[in-house]
Design a protein around this ligand. Structure first.
Ligand code: SF4
Length: 339
C-alpha cells in the first residue's frame, strides 16, 4: 500500500481530520441556509429536489417562495400540476417538480404524510435516487449515510488524492470507501454539512484556499486544482431553433409543450414551414443537457396555427413557462415596444 493510501485509511488520521473539520464548521458553516434552520424533513426533501441540478444561490429565494405556497406535504400533494410547475419556474429541469409532486402524493397515501427515514422506503418514492435518499437520511434524520454530492466528491478526492476518474465504477467505489471511513456513526448531519460547506467555501473548484483549510495538515493532494479527475467530456452540439411571434389583438399565441422537454409548460410555437424573414424580435442562447441552443424569434405573417392558445400579458405572467422562453417573450415585448 502506498503512503498516501495509508494516510487516508488510518482511522486516527481520519478522526483527527473530522474533529478539525467539525470545529471549523461550527464557526464557519452555512447554518442560515433556510432548509437547515430546523432540519424539517419536508424542507430537506424540497431543498434536495431543488438542489439536484441548480445552485444554492438560485434555489434560496425560490425555496422560500415554495414553502409559502406549499408549507406541508399535504398542501403540495393537493395542489394541481400547473400550480406546482408555475412555482418551479426559474429552477429548470421541470421533471423534478413533477416527481416531487408525485412523491408528496405517495407520502400522503402510503406513509400518512410522514416522510420515511429508511433508505428502502425513500428509494421507492418518485425522483429519489441513491444520493437524495442518503441526503434525506443524513440531513433530516441525522442517520448515518454516505452523502456524496459535487462539493463532497471534490473535497474527498483531493483529501485522498484520488487519481481514478470519479465518474467511473472504480472511482465511485474509491470515493464510497473514503466517505464511509469519513462519516461517523453519530453526527452524520454535521459531518455531511461540514464536507459540503468546505467544498462550497474553501475547497472550491477553481482555486482552493488550502491555507485557510482545516484539513490542510492531513490533505494528501499534490495538485488540488487538477482534482477530481473526470472522464473526458462529451462534445457539446449546437442547434438552432426558430420560434414564432404571433401577437394579435393584444394577445400572444403560445403552445403547450407535449414533451419530452418541458412537458405541460407553455412555450413560443415553432416557426414551422414559414421561412424566417424580417428582423428577429428576440435572440438568445441557452444550454440544455449536451446541447447549446440558439433560439431566434421572428414575427409570423401567417395566421396562428390550430392548437395554439392566446394570452394577455397579465395571463402570461401567471403561466408556467420555461426560463429561456420567458426571457425570449420579455425581450420580444421590449423590442416590439421600442419599434
Ligand atoms: S487542503 Fe486544499 S485541497 Fe485539501 S481539502 Fe483543503 S482546500 Fe481542499
Amino acid at each position: 500500500m502506498d503512503k498516501k493510501k495509508q494516510r487516508y485509511h488510518d482511522p486516527r488520521r481520519i478522526q483527527k481530520a473530522l474533529t478539525e473539520l467539525l470545529a471549523w464548521h461550527e464557526k464557519n458553516g452555512r447554518h442560515t441556509l433556510p432548509w437547515r434552520l430546523d432540519s424539517d424533513p419536508y424542507a430537506v426533501l424540497v431543498s434536495e429536489f431543488m438542489l439536484q441540478q441548480t445552485t444554492v444561490a438560485t434555489v434560496t429565494p425560490r425555496f422560500a417562495a415554495w414553502m409559502r405556497l406549499f408549507p406541508t406535504i399535504a398542501h403540495l400533494a393537493s395542489s394541481s400540476e400547473q400550480e406546482v410547475l408555475s412555482a418551479w419556474e426559474g429552477l429548470g429541469y421541470y421533471s423534478r417538480a413533477r416527481r416531487l409532486h408525485a412523491a408528496a402524493k405517495a407520502i400522503l397515501e402510503r406513509h400518512q404524510g410522514i416522510i420515511p427515514s429508511s433508505e428502502e422506503e425513500l428509494l421507492d418514492l418518485a425522483g429519489i435516487g441513491a444520493y437524495t435518499a442518503a441526503a434525506v437520511k443524513a440531513f433530516a434524520f441525522d442517520q448515518r449515510a454516505v452523502v456524496l454530492d459535487t462539493n463532497i466528491i471534490r473535497v474527498l478526492s483531493r483529501w485522498g488524492n484520488l487519481s481514478i476518474p470519479v465518474d467511473t465504477a472504480a472511482g465511485k467505489l474509491a470515493l464510497e470507501d473514503l466517505a464511509g471511513a469519513f462519516y461517523p456513526k453519530t453526527r452524520c448531519r454535521s459531518s455531511a454539512s461540514a464536507l459540503m460547506d468546505l467544498g462550497a467555501m474553501i475547497c472550491t473548484a477553481g482555486n482552493p484556499a488550502c491555507e485557510e483549510c482545516p484539513l490542510m495538515n492531513s490533505c494528501a493532494a499534490d495538485q488540488p486544482e487538477r482534482l477530481p479527475v473526470k472522464s473526458p467530456r462529451k462534445v457539446t452540439t449546437k442547434i438552432t431553433e426558430h420560434r414564432a411571434w404571433w401577437f394579435r389583438g393584444g394577445k400572444l399565441y403560445l403552445q403547450q409543450s407535449q414533451g419530452p422537454r418541458w412537458n405541460g409548460l407553455w412555450i413560443l410555437p415553432e416557426l414551422g414551414d414559414e421561412k424566417p424573414s424580417g428582423r428577429a424580435v428576440a435572440e438568445l442562447t441557452y444550454p440544455i443537457t449536451r446541447y447549446r441552443v440558439r433560439m431566434t424569434v421572428y414575427p409570423s405573417k401567417a395566421p396562428p396555427r390550430k392548437g395554439l392558445h392566446s394570452f394577455t400579458r397579465n395571463e402570461i405572467a401567471g403561466l408556467p413557462i420555461p426560463t429561456p422562453h420567458r426571457k425570449a417573450i420579455e425581450a420580444a415585448f421590449r423590442a416590439v415596444a421600442e419599434g
